[in-house]
Design a protein around this ligand. Structure first.
Ligand SMILES: O=C([O-])CC(=O)C(=O)O
Ligand SMILES: [Mg+2]
Length: 636
């Protein structure tokens, strides 16, 4: 067997078709690339058959191996496989032997079979036992339970992602309810706060002001070429924790793990990016372990130019159909970036649009318990930033769609309170533009509790980023006005939640319909068990992104957000409702994501924004067929 053929992994699904078998061994398609070429002008790749190179680490061969490239359905380019040319300036090689065990994309640890160990120079490098992937999952769960501190679990999970990617995803998918709070909110918040200290290996691209003028080259340094989703932050508003600068990287990394685990987008198509323009966090600037630029944030032209170069480079490098998800930007930049690039790029702001979509879905479901239509309800928000105004606008649009009243009219049922009090007409001139549509005629009110008493909302939504602001008085006021007050405390992580689940149920005598952004456990009150909902955009963005990718959408449209909400709400079963749930459990999230993806894709086709033609007949089945599976592949 040629050594190179030993170093290629031919899966048992799809990709085997790309290769032919010769003499009982795989003939490997190999691309030869010249090393040492400059970043900006990689020499062209040449295709050859067979080749030789022993255990490759920095060898000059590129083996064309990709996961699950053949998917059912008639639509081409699901995974961007029609982008043929690899353009990384350096060679990618698939290793065998010692290097194989250190390659997170292909390592299987003890799960390598005897045959694989023999064929891939692994004999002696592993202890004799061969373990199944299921046993590996069981063992790691067992290990994770030994850790008392959530951050230790987080670090163990990150280590696993860095050593055995498929096992990481199998673990996460099989134990999603238990592990979501570890890789995602609330623990990811703490991880970002301490990122400098726990940092071991970079997990995404860092683009700082130092890279100005060469962002395209930086993108080319990333090993994967066929990127489908980028989650990007500038770290200025990490969850409700504020400016964490470069340490915000934990967020894109966490979000993209969910893209794969919850939405089935393959990991190699996901690219986490942090844009470092400095930080105004004095504590970090003084922290000797801080990993970012030690300067105050760039603003104005300097900021805009860097972002513009970034957006242009992304499109140039990855094409029109790469999804760019903006995450945890501060309000002033978030709205502007979305407006500026919404017409030229496939962009989605998770905090404005994803959160809106998940909350609308929860409200649609909650109305089953409370009765009435959206238009019969009155909404009061604490917090008028990205999430608050984003949710408010989507509710107004859905209301307008349902009742045929103009959206301006629908907005009148929705009131917002910010740090200065109720948003009213007399404040209009001093309001940021995204708050202005919510300025209604009313006397000024400064305190939330007074606003509740006067406005008399049926739904109270917290998006302030400030913890414990739904006080006992506020919840009691809601409960005295409504038989079943709807109370959503959406700020993340748990420390910033406007109230706890227990407070919401206790102070409303068990009458609240409650959901929060970060997870809370079951609450016992008056011998009854309450299951708080988790109104987190994690329900939406993975399926939403998959829907965009599988339809080849080139722009995001608000109608797609409504389509995602409706799909999510429709996944709440009668059985869920009987248990008091307004969101389906995360256990079924892949099925839910497939439905969301299908509805979003259907909307993209309907709006003429889809480019993958013809439209598959059964979009749900098609979405499922596109999903990445973390099961190990057999290596011949
Ligand atoms: O990350 C989360 O849990 C939800 C979110 O987008 C945020 O709070 O910014
Ligand atoms: Mg966010």
């Amino acid at each position: 067997m040629s050594s190179l053929s030993r170093s290629s992994f031919l899966g048992n699904s799809g990709i085997g078709e790309t290769f032919s078998k010769a003499h009982g061994r795989p003939a490997v398609r190999v691309r030869v690339v010249a090393l040492g070429s400059s970043n900006s002008h990689p020499r062209p790749l040449k295709e050859t058959k067979g080749a030789s190179n022993p255990t490759t680490t920095s060898a000059s061969v590129v083996t064309e191996v990709d996961s699950k490239s053949a998917v059912a359905g008639s639509v081409a380019d699901v995974y961007g496989n029609d982008q043929l040319v690899e353009e990384t300036p350096w060679a990618v090689s698939v290793a065998s032997g010692y290097s194989l065990l250190r390659d997170p994309h292909h390592n299987k640890g003890l799960a390598f079979s005897e045959r694989e160990r023999d064929a891939h120079y692994l004999c002696g490098l592993l202890p004799p036992t061969v373990a199944s992937q299921d046993l590996q999952v069981k063992k790691i769960m067992h290990n994770l339970w030994q850790y008392q501190v959530p951050l230790q679990k987080y670090m163990a999970m990150m280590d696993l992602q860095e050593t055995n990617e498929r096992l990481f995803y199998k673990l996460l998918i099989d134990n999603v309810e238990e592990l979501l709070p570890v890789v995602y909110t609330p623990t990811v918040g703490e991880a970002c706060q301490k990122y400098g200290s726990i940092f071991r290996r970079p997990q995404g691209l860092f683009i700082s002001l130092k890279e100005k003028g060469k962002i395209l080259e930086v993108l080319k340094n990333w090993p994967q070429r066929r990127i489908q989703v980028i989650v990007v932050t500038d770290g200025e508003r990490i969850l409700g924790l504020g400016d964490l600068g470069c340490q915000g990287m934990g967020i894109p990394v966490g979000k993209l793990s969910l893209y794969t685990a919850l939405g089935g987008v393959r990991p190699s198509a996901c690219l986490p990016i942090t844009i470092d323009v400095g930080t105004n966090n004095e504590k970090l600037l003084k922290d000797e372990f801080y990993i970012g630029l030690r300067r105050r944030r760039a603003t104005g032209e300097e900021y805009d130019e860097l972002l513009d170069e970034f957006m242009t480079a992304v499109k140039q490098n990855y094409g029109e159909k790469v999804l760019i998800q903006f995450e945890d930007f501060a309000n002033h930049n978030a709205f502007e970036l979305l407006a500026k690039y919404g017409t030229t790029h496939l962009v989605f702001n998770d905090d404005i649009q994803g959160t809106a979509s998940v909350v609308l879905a929860g409200l649609i479901a909650a109305l089953k318990f409370v009765g009435g239509t959206l238009a019969d309800h009155k909404f009061l928000f604490l917090g008028a930033g990205e999430a608050g105004t984003g949710i408010a606008e989507l509710i107004a649009r859905e209301m307008s769609k349902q009742t045929n009243v103009p959206v301006e009219e629908a907005r009148k049922n929705i009131w917002l309170v910010d740090s200065k009090g109720l948003i009213v007409n007399s404040r209009k001139d001093s309001l940021q533009h995204f708050k202005q549509p919510w300025a209604h005629e009313h006397n000024p009110i400064t305190e939330l509790v007074d606003a509740v008493k006067v406005i008399k909302p049926t739904v109270l939504i917290g998006t302030s980023g400030v913890g414990r602001t739904f006080t006992k008085d506020v919840i009691k006021a809601m409960a005295s006005l409504n038989e079943k007050p709807i109370i959503f405390a959406l700020s993340n992580p748990t420390s910033q939640s406007e109230c706890t689940a227990e407070e919401a149920y206790t102070w409303s005598q068990g009458r609240a319909i409650f959901a929060s952004g970060s997870p809370f456990g079951l609450v016992e009150y008056n011998r009854k068990t309450f299951v708080p909902g988790q109104a987190n955009n994690a329900y939406i963005f993975p399926g939403f992104g998959l829907g965009l990718i599988m339809s080849g959408a080139i722009r995001v449209h608000d109608e797609m957000l409504l389509a995602a909400s409706e799909a999510l709400a429709s996944q709440v079963t009668e059985e869920n409702f009987n248990r008091g749930l307004i969101y389906p459990p995360f256990t079924n999230i892949r099925k839910i994501s497939a439905h969301i993806a299908a509805n979003v894709a259907a909307k993209a086709y309907e709006l003429g924004l889809a480019t993958h033609l013809p439209q598959p007949r059964d979009l749900v089945k098609y979405a499922e067929s596109c999903m990445y599976s973390p099961t190990y592949r057999s290596y011949r």
